[in-house]
Design a protein around this ligand. Structure first.
Ligand code: SAM
Length: 412
């Protein structure tokens, strides 16, 4: 390692977290002092043996590169090669990417490369994945406006998840290809060590570019807004507009109007077994067919109206759900009589306060909790149907009793 000290900026192996690192590394890097020029600086996270950074630095001598790698053994190989070949524009950080903000000034990086980052399957590792919202938040701070992330992977689900996270974290995704080596991008491509292995196995290589959107409005272009990742349908490479609007303006916002509290109860019940996106698509039809969700009107529905609703094409024609909505309207009205309003009843479970879970990642969101179990039991005892703890959890989010917007979400 010592023989490589001229290209190694720092080693941070004993450092566990950003706080500890901040106490150790007090000064941000001075790129001019480091490289002896003011050329733009690009970053590779998880450089491995350094095949990519070596070739990239040779191709772009008017650019500087910093390669980051956690593992000492592999970064040593990369540094030895750079020194052996006399490539002047590469430096190395032997640190976990988590502590990059201790070294790099905000907005100082023009491009970032993620080549075959380990997918790390399973929800417990979600935060460690190098395109998780936690990391994208770090990269977003390091990149200049318009700065780009270039990602390659052999793993389809990781790629899809990354696309979703980019869209949710203030990036615009472009140049998506699911078979790089049969695309226009193949010609310029630098094959990395892992890529060579995957190619030999006959696997397709996924590639995308994510552009950081500016954080303040400049010339009327799109502005970066961070959103909980559920608000996107990135798998289809397009945003569900209704879902987006619902997320931004209604989800987890405290609701105190009885009519809306009833509407949400019916809509949540209708959702059982189908997607919320579908419910939002049909919401206007539901409101029309159910007389604006007026609880007293719905409570008075008889067999004739049920038959009419079963003929309504724009809603979900499920007799059990329709009958439950009517039964629930009757139970709802009884609560209004008893408590003065349904609002007073439902908010009494939290003494009028919103329970904020301060989720660091939307994947930490539970399907139900002790509160939803309690509310569900009380509702069922009062004759409500389609009010299991999971539906009720979703309902409590929908009416703002629970706030599960991700911590960094601009709409929380
Ligand atoms: N980019 C190389 C390639 O394409 O051949 C190496 C890919 S290898 C699968 C992923 C590399 O990322 C490993 O060398 C690993 O040590 C590194 N890595 C994983 N998590 C990291 C982190 N949090 N910070 C820095 N490096 C990390």
């Amino acid at each position: 390692m010592e023989a490589c000290s001229s290209v190694l900026i720092a080693r941070g192996s004993p450092i566990k977290n950003l706080k500890e690192a901040a106490a150790t590394y007090r000064a941000l890097l001075d790129f001019h002092a480091l490289f002896g020029n003011d050329h733009p600086v690009e970053l590779e996270v998880g450089c491995g043996n350094g095949g990519f950074i070596f070739e990239q630095a040779k191709r772009h001598p008017m650019c500087n590169f910093i390669a980051v790698e956690l593992c000492s053994n592999v970064i040593l190989t990369a540094m030895e090669r750079i020194l052996r070949e006399g490539v002047p524009n590469v430096r190395f950080l032997n640190i976990p990417a988590e502590i990059l903000p201790c070294f790099l000034p905000e907005g100082s990086i023009s491009a970032l490369y993620l080549n075959f980052s380990t997918p790390l399957p399973g929800s417990t590792h979600a935060r460690q994945r190098l395109t998780s919202p936690r990391f994208l938040d770090i990269y977003s701070r390091l990149l200049c406006d318009g700065g780009k992330i270039y990602q390659k992977t052999d793993c389809g689900w990781f790629f899809d998840e990354s696309l979703e996270n980019y869209a949710a974290c203030g990036f615009r995704v472009e140049e998506v290809t699911r078979d790089l080596h049969h695309s226009a991008y193949a010609q310029e491509n630098i094959v990395t060590e892992y890529e060579a292995t995957f190619l030999a196995q006959g696997k397709p290589i996924y590639r995308c570019v994510a552009v950081k959107l500016p954080s303040v409005q400049g010339n009327g272009g799109p502005v970066a807004k961070k959103r909980c990742s559920f608000s996107f349908g990135a798998k289809e490479d397009k945003v569900s507009e209704k879902m987006l609007r619902y997320h931004d303006t209604r989800w987890c916002k405290p609701e105190h109007r009885d009519g809306e509290l009833f509407a949400m109860l019916v809509l949540e019940g209708m959702q059982a077994g189908v997607s919320w996106n579908l419910i939002l698509e049909k919401e206007e039809n539901f409101r029309r067919a159910f007389d604006g969700f007026d609880p007293a009107t719905v409570a008075a529905y008889g067999e004739e109206k049920i038959e009419a609703l079963m003929q309504e094409k724009g809603i979900i024609r499920n007799r059990k759900k329709i009958e439950a909505a009517i039964g629930n309207a009757r139970a709802f009205c009884k609560i209004q009589e008893e408590f003065g309003s349904f609002d007073a009843f439902i908010w009494s479970f939290t003494e009028g306060k919103t329970v904020d879970h301060h989720l660091a990642d939307i994947r930490e969101m539970p399907a139900k909790d002790a509160l939803s179990e309690r509310v569900s039991a009380v509702l069922r005892a009062r004759g409500f149907k389609f009010v299991g703890p999971t539906i009720v959890y979703s309902y409590l989010q929908g009416i703002g009793v629970i706030n599960d917007h991700w911590k960094q979400c601009d709409f929380r």
